[in-house]
Design a protein around this ligand. Structure first.
Ligand SMILES: Cc1cc2nc3c(=O)[nH]c(=O)nc-3n(C[C@H](O)[C@H](O)[C@H](O)COP(=O)(O)OP(=O)(O)OC[C@H]3O[C@@H](n4cnc5c(N)ncnc54)[C@H](O)[C@@H]3O)c2cc1C
Length: 807
């Protein structure tokens, strides 16, 4: 047993072995993989082995595509058979709504050149002759998908890793992790202790317990997953593609002369909810439950009648990893410098090739090579890893695997955990809440007589009219929006200014009271965070960012803080509530209730003022994300209800309205305000996003400055553009953008602009096309596979001269 290694990977399943393989490829030789049992003996050995690539986001599909490329060459490269069968896959639409979903996905696939064919029911049957066409509206056919033997794949990755110099030790269980000065320095095992520079937690369903050893909350659970293997079938056609019929909730693949069928039912039991996953569980299965499997077997047999005639060989029941939102968990653990997580993979056989490569790059080069926010561990907070929340969400996510993913749909479980002090007040006024980072946030308000319930749709959802009315209240009158879930921090101390000035792209060298909108960039010039910094005093800054970005942005700030104690960091999110008072009459309302002057001269745009409103001490920020005169009113949470009531009463004569988050999206897109995670990510620089006005190269050194200076000098290769569609159609993001008949981009955000009366789409275009506006005539947006004429705009669609926000 070695006593030190540069990188220690814990877990010898598909994921751990793939990370080891890719680290070796990147030239890392001093890598030690520890496996408590034998390789594959966690969840990997009993997986069905389907490999599907298409996801709703470009980078996720890119990651899975990397897997398929690897599986095509791994056997030849390592000499270890993998049984990779690139037979293609069919996904049936057995309902009209599913067909809309498939067409939306096909449009997205097209936007990044992914080969996917939409076929008729009859064409699908030609590819998969065992199916009936009853009720099939159409299907998606992906020729490059397939299936693989999970154990052989993992052994091949392990062999490749060993060939590259990695040491793999089986039968060694990690029992503790020693943390010193924000680093995991030692890995304690039942065979001795290993000193490590970097530690990787690829422990599958044990990852949560392992993370706890280092004080890291990892919301990774396991749910019982079953698939049935049939006896051999006479005359089984060769090279059958895999088949997914999500409306009938099953998947199917050929399996040694027979068929394997599995699916995702509601309310499946979790594994290890009480007392954790047993450490000794290895190469084991759970008791089969035929009764529960009927929910999958019966509809499958209706679609593939031969299943009625063939015997069952076995029903495999194994624990499958599922995270709190059903997506994998990857990346550096918040708060620790050298502890990486890769777990929660529900489709880890399909994902391991690409995920292993991304993780290896993250570890060896500090960056996964592409924005992986949808999988990033920092999307979770500590509440996600609590047993009750985690398991409720894991069971719901599992049951949703094959459900239609409606635009703007909300999770039903894990609700009500975090509530603003205004929750009850707003609920009484018809608020329909959504959930974000554990918070209940008002999405829209149902007036009397309107059902206070979401009915999502690919066409106009039931909230469309109400959101339009809320939008107009902001544009025409005055509104209150409860944005208390914003993440807020204080950064203070004698070194605070120099530190933040060295992190932010914009210039913070302003007098106390200044409000600065800025990006925090990485050393490639990519946008890591997009936030507001208020200078409260010479040595004290107040930082505000989105509800879901607190762990990420706070972690980014803390990880760059000097270690000499000159800078302090304080989390203020629950202590401070925020009400956005916005609209052309907002100043008139504020004037009625605030002590002191709030006119334009006394309280100009992008400044902060300490006001007394009613009884409440308020930090008011004059800024907007909706494109109107407005104020974010930050107030100690105990005063929030009083502040709301005071504003509401004062606003009555102006027709003040309650407004929710869905209207914000419509308002901000008309004004070309961007959303981090969609329009801006680490993949894009501020210059590409049109945020060059926030980058102050002349202010001195800051993180990303050199890269940004180079980008500015060389000129950008792509640019964020906005488009409108004349056709009245609902857009949801992910639509392909075409110029002169050629697909050139994808919609990063899309919504309906209620003032404009048109749908709006944002997306990046190559600079050759997105140069000075070429009259904007030859653009199209592909919506549900239909190409619709679009017009490009270079300026904000609403109030381009900012007269309203500066009023
Ligand atoms: C029935 C079933 C069917 C499936 N079908 C598919 C499919 O068709 N396609 C697909 O893509 N995915 C499928 N999956 C999912 C797939 O199995 C998982 O996504 C994948 O195996 C996860 O790999 P992993 O390496 O993260 O976890 P694991 O394979 O569980 O590996 C984790 C390893 O860590 C080790 N470990 C844990 N704690 C310690 C410790 N303290 N010290 C040392 N070692 C430790 C464990 O022993 C284990 O070997 C299926 C799963 C099930 C249950």
């Amino acid at each position: 047993m070695r006593d030190s290694a540069e990188i220690v990977i814990i877990g010898g399943g598909a994921i751990g072995c793939s990370i080891a393989y890719h680290l070796a490829k990147l030239g890392k030789r001093d890598v030690l993989l520890l496996e408590k049992a034998g390789l594959t003996q966690g969840a990997t050995w009993h997986a069905a082995g389907l490999v599907g690539q298409l996801r709703s986001k470009r980078n996720l599909t890119r990651m899975l595509r990397t897997s398929v490329e690897l599986y095509g060459r791994l056997e030849a490269e390592t000499g270890q058979a993998t049984d990779w069968k690139p037979v293609g896959s069919l996904r049936l639409a057995s309902s009209k709504d599913r067909w809309a979903e498939i067409r939306a996905t096909a449009t997205t696939a097209r936007s990044f050149g992914f080969e996917l064919h939409l076929v008729s029911a009859e064409e699908a049957q030609k590819l998969f002759p065992l199916m009936t066409t009853e009720g099939v509206v159409g299907a998606a056919y992906i020729p490059s998908d397939g299936y693989i033997d999970p154990s052989s794949l993992t052994q091949a990755l392990a062999k490749g890793a060993r060939q590259g110099g990695v040491t793999i030790q089986e039968g060694v269980r990690v029992t503790d992790l020693v943390v010193e000065d924000g680093r995991v320095t030692q890995v304690v095992t039942d065979h001795g202790t290993v000193r490590a520079e970097v530690v990787v937690n690829a422990a599958g369903m044990w990852a949560r317990d392992l993370g706890a050893l280092a004080g890291v909350a990892i919301p990774a659970a396991a749910v019982e997953h079953q698939y049935m293997v049939t006896e051999k079938l006479a005359d089984l056609p060769a090279d059958l593609p895999t088949l997914r019929d999500p409306d009938n909730n099953f998947y199917l693949k050929p399996e040694v002369g027979g068929l394997a069928i599995g699916g995702w039912e509601d309310g499946a039991p979790t594994f290890g909810q009480d007392g954790g996953i047993p450490p000794g569980f290895a190469r084991e299965l759970l008791a089969s439950n035929f009764e529960r499997f009927e929910q999958i077997a019966l509809p499958a047999a209706a679609r593939v009648p031969v299943l009625n005639e063939v015997g069952v060989r076995n029903l495999i029941n194994g624990p499958i990893p599922v995270s709190a939102d059903g997506e994998p968990i990857m990346g550096p653990a918040p708060g620790l410098e050298n502890f990486f997580i890769a777990c929660g993979f529900t489709a880890g056989i399909a994902a391991c090739g690409g995920a292993g490569r991304a993780m290896a790059q993250w570890i060896a080069e500090g960056d996964p090579g592409m924005d992986l926010w949808a999988f990033d561990i920092r999307r979770f907070g500590p509440h996600h890893a609590g047993t009750r929340y985690l398991h409720e969400r894991a069971v719901e996510s599992y049951g949703r695997y094959y459900k239609i993913h409606w635009p703007a749909e909300e999770m039903r479980s894990g609700r009500g955990a975090r509530r603003s002090p205004l929750y009850g007040l707003l609920k009484d006024k018809g608020a329909v809440f959504g959930s974000k980072f554990g918070w209940e946030r008002p999405n829209w308000f149902a007036p009397a007589g309107v059902e206070a319930e979401d009915r999502p749709s690919f066409e106009r959802p039931n909230w469309f009219e109400q959101v339009g009315a809320e939008h107009r209240a902001v544009r025409e009158r005055v509104a209150l929006i409860d944005v208390s879930s914003f993440s807020k921090f204080e950064v203070s101390g004698p070194g605070a200014f120099d530190f933040l000035q060295g992190l932010a792209a914009n210039d913070l060298d302003k007098a106390p009271g200044a409000v600065v909108y800025t990006q925090l960039c990485n050393d490639r010039g990519g946008i890591e965070a997009d936030l507001t910094i208020v200078r409260r005093a010479e040595d004290r800054f107040y930082v505000v960012t989105g509800s879901g970005f607190g762990v990420r942005d706070g972690g980014w700030i803390r990880s760059h803080m000097p270690g000499d104690g000159s800078v302090g960091f304080r989390e203020l999110t629950p202590a401070i509530s925020v009400i956005n008072l916005c609209g052309p009459d907002s100043r008139a309302v504020l004037e009625k209730v605030a002590e002191g002057a709030v006119d334009n001269a006394a309280f100009p745009y992008m400044t902060a003022a300490e006001l007394r409103i009613g009884y409440a001490p308020v930090l008011a920020l004059r800024l907007t994300y909706v494109g109107e005169l407005g104020y974010e009113l930050h107030v100690p949470s105990d005063y929030a209800a009083h502040l709301y009531e005071t504003l509401w009463a004062a606003g009555a004569e102006f027709g003040i309205a309650n407004v929710g988050y869905r209207a914000i999206d419509s308002l901000r897109m008309e004004k070309r305000y961007l959303y981090w995670g969609a329009d801006i990510t680490p993949d894009y620089s501020p210059y590409e996003a049109g945020l060059g006005f926030c980058v102050k190269l002349g202010k001195g050194e800051f993180l990303g400055r050199d890269a940004l200076a180079r980008i500015k000098e060389a000129g950008v290769g792509q640019k964020l553009c906005s488009f409108t569609l004349d056709t009245p159609v609902q857009v949801h993001g992910g639509e392909a953008i075409l110029h002169a008949g050629e697909v050139l981009g994808v919609a990063t955000s899309a919504t309906y602009g209620h003032s404009l009366g048109q749908s709006i789409v944002f997306g990046y275009l190559p600079i050759g096309v997105a140069g000075p506006n070429d009259s904007g005539d030859d653009y199209e947006i592909e919506v549900f596979c239909e190409r619709l004429p679009a017009r490009r705009h270079d300026r904000p669609l609403y109030d381009p001269d900012r007269a309203r926000i500066l009023a």
